[in-house]
Design a protein around this ligand. Structure first.
Ligand code: GRF
Length: 209
């Protein structure tokens, strides 16, 4: 199979992983998901990967004890599988700086807000949507960005807005944003696979085909 080799890092249900699997199988993304890595073992995302014959690795704290050992195992898995692109899709463990440096501008993350709003340490999962509702914003959305040493601080690739209705609760808003995420993340991976992303300082230029 031509195209890029992708590793998807997850910690939970994996609906974004599923969107990527569907996009690859539909031929929308030229590449393969060679590896799914989770820091938790019994999560639905692992079952989704196995159902599509994708290799899975679980790197649990309890198994590796020291963080350095787990980080080394993560790097070894990425290098052994010749990974071109790392996608963080609801991954809640910290990506070590040595991997960010080795894979500079080859790691992307999806975040469920319009960065720089409601992002950074402590902003993950439902907490992001709770904060958006609490603040009373009229629009929120999703962001795909390259990963650097600053949590949610890397160059932004794609963003899309979602209108917040007064009736929305946390779960309802999360579902509305997830629908956008499931389109935005495959789009960003496709652009990467086509070599159309150019990082210029802290900005991303999307070049023509
Ligand atoms: C998504 O909302 C993503 O933006 C965030 O974590 C959630 C993961 O959802 N980082 P899923 O596991 O892909 O369903």
């Amino acid at each position: 199979m031509a195209g890029i080799k992708i590793a998807v890092l997850i910690s939970g249900g994996g609906t974004n992983l599923q969107a990527l699997i569907d996009a690859v199988e539909a031929g929308y993304i030229e590449g393969e998901i060679a590896l799914v890595i989770s820091n938790k073992k019994d999560v639905l995302g692992i079952a989704r990967a196995k159902a599509h014959g994708i290799k899975t690795i679980v790197l649990e704290k309890s198994t590796y004890g020291f963080r350095e050992k787990r980080d080394a195992a993560l790097l070894e898995a990425l290098e052994k599988n010749n990974i071109d692109l790392i996608v963080l899709a609801g991954y809640l463990a910290i990506v070590p700086d040595m991997i960010i440096q080795k894979y500079r501008n080859r790691i992307i993350n999806i975040h469920p807000s319009l960065i720089p709003s409601f992002c950074g340490d402590g902003y993950y999962g439902e907490k992001v949507h709770e904060a958006a509702l609490e603040r009373g914003v009229k629009v929120t959305g999703a962001t795909v960005h390259f990963v650097n040493e600053v949590t949610d601080g890397g160059p932004i690739i794609l963003q899309e807005a979602v209108v917040v209705d007064f009736e929305d609760d946390t779960k309802g808003l999360q579902q509305k944003v997830l629908q956008v995420e499931h389109r935005l993340l495959p789009q960003a991976v496709k652009l990467f696979a086509e070599g159309r992303l150019e990082v210029v300082g802290n900005r991303v230029k999307i070049n023509r085909e």
